[in-house]
Design a binder for this molecule. Structure first.
Ligand SMILES: [Zn+2]
Length: 273
């Protein structure tokens, strides 16, 4: 399992190796949501995120590996591997380690096994908490849960508000959100933009994943919100669909390999469009 501690160790190493390291903001429990920037400060930027769903921590590992891979790449890329650090702490260390939320998470979960938990420690599914058809998604819930709860209002959670503010500041030309599982590329959120579809096709073909054009059942996600801001965006689901959660590194070794160079590929395709 890739942990918050692992992330901190990797970030001190990334910093030593020349990445510019900082924080997008803090979580409910005041854990830092780290970013590493590689390449140019000026010109087009890409934001790559992972770990918004706690049980999908293999995506955090992937985004960290991408950051190392791009240390010498000239193109500007922000890597944000763990958007939900509290969720990562919960699945790794258990309910005793989430401060004043211990009784709440136990009550919500109904058991002490948190290996399938996706939400933050307030039981909000951060990828349903963005202001994009808020509360209209299939499977959206209106009370705290291990997954699917939209929160009281859009951006009620410090984690989603932090990546919103960061994105508005960076003004990226493209964002990539990593999830697991299914080997799929989602891009559509009602936009009339042929270019977005072509980019999603290129990504899907490069990865040998399936491009999914979307049936508009998702809502409140980071990718959805980016599209509404006019930022081209994809959600990429790594890992074969027949795997079961929680995934481990060995389950997605091949997916990590396939995705390692994707950020610089996206930069090139975007530029040469
Ligand atoms: Zn997910």
């Amino acid at each position: 399992m890739y942990t918050y501690r692992n992330l901190q160790e990797d970030f001190s190493l990334l910093s030593k190796k020349g990445a510019r390291v900082g924080s997008v903001g803090n979580s409910v429990l005041n854990n830092r949501i780290y970013y590493a920037h590689t390449g140019s400060d000026s010109g087009s930027q890409i934001i790559v995120t992972g770990g918004i769903h706690a049980r999908e921590n293999v995506t955090s590992l992937l985004v960290v590996k991408q950051a190392y891979r791009h240390l010498n790449c000239a193109m500007g890329i922000y890597f944000v591997p763990m958007l939900n650090p509290d969720g990562a702490v919960l699945i790794e260390r258990g309910w005793r380690h989430v401060g004043r939320y211990t009784s709440m998470v136990r009550q919500i979960n109904g058991s002490d096994d948190f290996s399938l938990w996706k939400a933050n420690v307030r039981g909000v599914d951060l990828n349903n908490n963005f202001d994009a058809k808020f509360g209209l998604g299939k499977g959206n819930l209106t009370k705290p849960s291990s997954h699917g709860y939209i929160g009281k209002y859009p951006f009620s959670e410090p984690e989603s508000a932090a990546i919103r503010d960061f994105t508005l500041k960076v003004k990226p030309s493209y964002t990539v959100s990593y999830h697991a599982k299914g080997r799929e590329v989602y891009w559509y959120f009602g936009q009339d933009n042929a270019r977005d579809k072509v980019m999603a096709s290129k990504i899907a073909r490069y990865l040998d994943y399936k491009r999914v054009d979307g049936d508009m059942q998702s809502a409140g996600g980071y990718k959805d919100w980016c599209v509404l801001q006019g930022i081209s965006a994809v959600t990429i689901e790594i890992g074969k669909d027949e795997l079961s959660h929680p995934l481990c590194e060995g389950d997605v070794a091949e997916d990590i390999e396939r995705n390692l160079d994707l950020p610089q590929k996206i930069h090139l395709w975007n530029k040469n469009f």
